[in-house]
Design a protein around this ligand. Sequence first.
Ligand SMILES: N[C@@H](CCC(=O)N[C@@H](CS)C(=O)NCC(=O)O)C(=O)O
Length: 221
Amino acid sequence: MKIYGLPFSSFTMRVALAARIKGHDLPIETPPGGGLQSPEFQAASPSGRIPLLEEEDGWRLSESGAIVDYLDETLDGPPLYPATPRDRARAREMIAIAETELGPGLRHFALQCMFRAYDCPAKLAYGRDQVALALGALERVGLGDTRWAIGETPGAVDCALIPMMVFCDMFTTHFDAGPLLEAHPKAQAYWNGARADPLGAHAAEVMGRFVPIVMARRAAA
Ligand SMILES: N[C@@H](CCC(=O)N[C@@H](CS)C(=O)NCC(=O)O)C(=O)O
């Protein structure tokens, strides 16, 4: 099994973290044809996006959340979801908040502050509100109350949240996004704990390698 992705991609990191928690170092390969826009990759990936999992027999799966759950069911290692129905439901609730609120909110910062794709203050303000709503909601359902998102061991929620927390830090520190986590002490406490762990530190280090690349592209433009 391998993953087509790019190391700086938050969604690729999500599935790489899932494999790491389960004790596997999943190979991440550049999309076939050399990049996302290649005809080979566009033909292989239903949305044309990374990550894309490919099994040895050619079976493929897209969407980072679906891939995380597939890895959980097919790889040896600790389960990525908690043991009780209520904790599993909580995990899915937190993942839904991350996927439908936090990620889309951060996307505005990625497009405007990092990639400078366009300049629309109203969209950025909406993104900021969406990030604040998401972090507030995550805190209300328990983020920051325990060592990891749910309990004392990392799991599927952490795979979703860690790359987004890396982005929050990155956008604030390097891309003039202003404070994103500051008003959310429990979310900040969660991230402080996660990034002090090799799992979070690895994500921050790998995704952080993208900052000088973006800066160099800006300088060259
Ligand atoms: N919902 C998808 C989102 C994947 C996604 O947005 N991937 C980005 C890279 S982080 C991508 O492929 N962007 C390229 C494009 O949209 O053309 C998932 O969870 O896997």
